[in-house]
Design a protein around this ligand. Structure first.
Ligand code: 8X3
Length: 250
């Protein structure tokens, strides 16, 4: 199988790439940082194709897909994994540039790459789109504002794709992870403040990028007649926290 992964140079994407190659699949590893992808290819070998891609540069995407070398040109699975959370401030103190960047990557990038890849899947009547959403797309929390809203878009877009793909064999899944420690995601969220980021993951057992890579691999290798519409996963330590009330004296 040929699997295109965005955000392949770190976190879930990197973990998944290694697992797929170990199973003999081909991986088109896409990310902004070509040096990291090249280092991965040195480790993983010729089944891994490094491709420089910034999904937020939406105009560049159709040509990148059209120019893939013959062995990698058929995309059997698209894992829309590139995405980011920027900032943890409430909306009234958030940075508008952070909001725009999240929209450009998490929404516009995912949309444009899907638009570039989907027609060939439908023409072949086979393929699989896996979108990496988040629990934040369903559950509001303090400071989640635009990040959660972008992931709500990803969820509803995934479900609407399912509706459009009626009668085809093309599958769509929205994977919705909760708290995952040990990836760059948290450092980016805290604008590179490693100490602050580390504190969020202290004192409980988080999920890891490897855990999410295993789940993605399981989805990819699941039987072709089954569609997992949505899959929400959290560490056992994380759960619902009810609604909040601001008391008069607080
Ligand atoms: C992020 C999920 O639980 O870290 O997508 O806020 S959580």
């Amino acid at each position: 199988m040929n699997v295109l992964i965005t955000g392949a140079s770190a976190g879930f994407g990197k973990a998944l790439a290694g697992k797929l190659i170990a199973k003999g699949h081909r991986v088109i590893g896409c990310a902004r940082r070509l040096d990291k992808l090249n280092a991965m290819q040195n480790e993983l070998g010729e089944l891994f194709l490094p491709v420089q891609m910034d999904v937020s540069n939406t105009d560049s995407l159709p040509k990148i897909i059209a120019d893939l070398p013959a062995d990698f040109s058929q995309i059997d699975v698209l894992v829309n994994n590139a995405g980011l959370a920027l900032g943890t401030e409430p909306a009234q103190r958030a940075d508008l540039d952070d909001w725009m960047q999240m929209v450009n990557t998490n929404i516009k990038g995912l949309m444009a790459l899907t638009h570039a890849v989907l027609p060939a899947m439908v023409a072949r009547d086979s393929g699989y789109l896996i979108n990496v959403g988040s629990i934040a797309g369903s559950w509001p929390y303090y400071g989640g504002n635009v990040y959660g809203a972008t992931k709500a878009f990803v969820k509803q877009f995934s479900l609407n794709l399912r509706a459009d793909l009626i009668g085809t064999q093309v599958r769509v899944t929205n994977l919705e992870p909760g708290n995952v420690g040990g990836t760059e995601f948290s450092n980016v969220r805290y604008h590179g403040d490693d100490d602050k980021a580390a504190k969020v993951y202290e004192g409980f057992k988080t999920m890891t990028g490897e855990d999410i890579g295993d789940i993605l691999l399981w989805l990819i290798e699941s039987p072709a007649h089954i569609n997992v519409n949505r899959l929400e996963v959290m560490p056992v330590a994380q759960t619902y926290n009810g609604l909040t009330i601001a008391k008069n004296d607080s």
